[in-house]
Design a protein. Structure first.
Lengths: 262, 216, 216
């Protein structure tokens, strides 16, 4: 199978020369689809109406010639040749009703679609490159002025930052946040610290009030702070699962005990 | 003169439109690169309407030696294309793009967002790393969102620099886009059965693409 | 579009003035440097009158956001001077002062006048040059009188800007100062054993400090 394949279609001398030029020029092609597209031009018809059978035959002839001329063809070209040979047989033989795969016509239609799409993209690329281009046909400002954003960073610090910073240095060993009127404030951390060891002994329900630190119950301000802190610490211990809490009625005393479940 | 616009903005009314137009004119003239409406408004006094000012300016420059053009969501002043012959001195020699690079660029532009496998399927040949790298380097394409298909492949989309270079307002203005779509040539038609080309490529939904072109 | 000007020039009349004005506009816009009339005419079609075109263009831009100005014997387009403020947009970013800076600042505020060695003694770590420089640059601290001790070290004091920023009338208003003092936190105890830092300071210290806090 070689030249007589071409004679199936009446091909002009020019077309045949073009087809042979393909061989010599194989390096210039961008893969088998490109070769097929070039071959299809010899049919001089709408790509949708292209004869895929004729195209397959032309391609196979192309590969044969390349082989005869001992031209190294990339694997892509040979895979395409094998596939086209398969397609050709599908198109020539009557369809096998037991065959599951796509029909020869479907495969041929998709190949035609691929070729048409590649051609469309090439045309689009050509149109794109033919557009007026920046720096060639139209220009941007040659002497752009300094259009800038000036980023100024201002540093901020609050009085509290300052005081905390200072307290941090002066009490580096036992760091506590500095609080101005500390002597009237009992913190939750203090309450927690106080309650953690105590709660281990609370096997029975005990009023929360008994946990208030000594010396904090006389002055109402101190008492309020201590109560709030102790309550918050109790909630924390309940959350941690160390303790249970109950209040039988509104405003009734709040009672605590160690959590005993296993 | 160095008052921050924010300061004056809270104290005074927005300047008259003619003045806003002057401001837009000054900023667009001064910047070589396109300027977004948001950036324009950030520079102008509080309450300014950059969009309207740009529109007025665009009309004013209609038919002049320079034009006010839209590039994506930004605006720029560019010389009128018919006067390009005067600018030979300014012409920048651009690197000659290979045929592969030009085709790849067109495929990304028309099919975006577009994976490498899709580019390869359309061209019927593998795309060399260098080709994509060159386009990325020129800032004509950039990485888009990953495709939500097996392997989560990266996609490529064109950039504002691409639009600026080819004088396009946005990607929908690509020449012949409508016709190509009407002809079904921008579809990702899965091949019937196995195909020797672009093998191993996963099904692709078309959602991404319509989103890309139809937005706004 | 790519016609060489020479060809058209010899065959046809010079283009109408309006067209020449467009040309001048495009060239002045796109050139990286001011363009002389001679250079303009060399680029424009034969028989063009660049001087007249420039003059027309200059009139057209009168009062606009950009102006056509003469630079030496050449011409250029420049932003109108009253719109220069648009070119530089200032954004102010606020950042938290670093911990080292806050602590150093606090020490200066509570102990002023205060030498670097004293700051280091109180903080227990060395103070980087950068931290002091930053506070000096922010104008929150400044150099005070030199201490009359061997080596005559410089001292640092807080500035009126510092007081202003923190809403204080004077350093004595620093909240908690009295409380800290009452709690014994402000005693400048020499470290146990030797006094490698702040040596010889005791005598003068109280004078300076009281002077500083008690004045006014």
């Amino acid at each position: 199978m070689n030249d007589n394949l071409f004679s199936e279609d009446p091909v002009s001398v020019a077309d045949r020369l073009a087809a042979e030029a393909l061989i010599v020029d194989v390096d210039g092609f961008e893969g088998p689809l490109d070769v097929l597209l070039t071959l299809s031009r010899t049919q001089k018809v709408d790509l949708r109406k292209i004869s895929v059978l004729a195209l397959a035959q032309q391609y196979l002839a192309f590969v044969e010639k390349a082989r005869a001329l001992r031209i190294e063809l990339a694997a892509d070209y040979l895979v395409m040749a094998a596939w086209l040979a398969f397609l050709k047989s599908r198109l020539l033989l009557p369809p096998d009703p037991n065959d599951e795969g796509p029909s020869g016509e479907e495969l041929a239609a998709h190949l035609a679609f691929q070729l048409e799409r590649l051609q469309a993209m090439r045309d689009a690329a050509a149109r794109l490159m033919a557009r007026d281009q920046l720096g060639r046909d139209f220009f941007k400002r040659g002497q752009g002025e300094d259009v800038t954003r000036i980023r100024t960073v201002t540093y901020s610090a609050t009085l509290l930052d300052l005081m905390q910073g200072y307290a941090r240095i002066r009490t580096r060993d036992e760091f506590r946040p500095f609080v101005m009127d500390r002597d009237a404030v009992f913190t939750m951390e203090q309450a927690l610290e106080r309650m953690r060891p105590l709660i281990g002994f609370a096997g029975t329900w005990t009023d929360m009030e008994t946990y208030l630190p000594e010396g904090w119950d006389a002055d109402p301000v101190r008492r309020r702070s201590a109560t709030a802190a102790t309550f918050a610490a109790s909630l924390e211990l309940v959350k941690e699962g160390h303790m249970e809490m109950k209040q039988s009625d509104t405003f009734a005393p709040i009672q605590l005990r160690k959590r005993t479940d296993t | 003169m160095t008052d921050a616009p924010e300061e004056t903005g809270t104290l005074f009314e927005a300047p008259p439109m003619a003045e806003q137009e002057r401001m837009v004119e000054a900023v667009l003239f001064a910047s070589a690169e396109p300027v977004t409406l948001a950036d324009l408004e950030a520079r102008m006094p509080h309450g300014s309407n950059a969009a309207q000012a740009v529109e007025m300016l665009q009309k004013r420059y209609d038919g002049r030696g320079v034009r006010v053009v839209q590039v994506g969501d930004a605006w720029a002043i560019r010389t009128a294309p018919d006067l390009g012959f005067l600018m030979q001195k300014e012409t920048v020699e651009t690197r000659k793009l290979s045929r592969a690079a030009i085709e790849t660029l067109a495929i990304v532009a028309y099919h975006q967002p577009c994976t490498r496998a899709e580019i390869e399927e359309i061209r019927g040949v593998s795309v060399s790393r260098g080709t994509i790298d060159q386009l990325l380097e020129m800032e004509w394409i950039r990485l888009g969102r990953r495709r939500m298909t097996p392997g989560r492949p990266v996609t490529f989309v064109v950039t504002p620099q691409f639009l600026d270079h080819f004088g396009l307002e946005n990607a929908r203005d690509l020449p012949g886009l409508k016709e190509l779509r009407a002809a079904g040539l921008l579809e990702n038609r899965p091949p019937p059965g196995a195909m020797p080309l672009g093998e191993g490529r996963e099904e692709i939904e078309n959602d991404d693409q319509s989103e890309m072109f139809e937005e706004e």
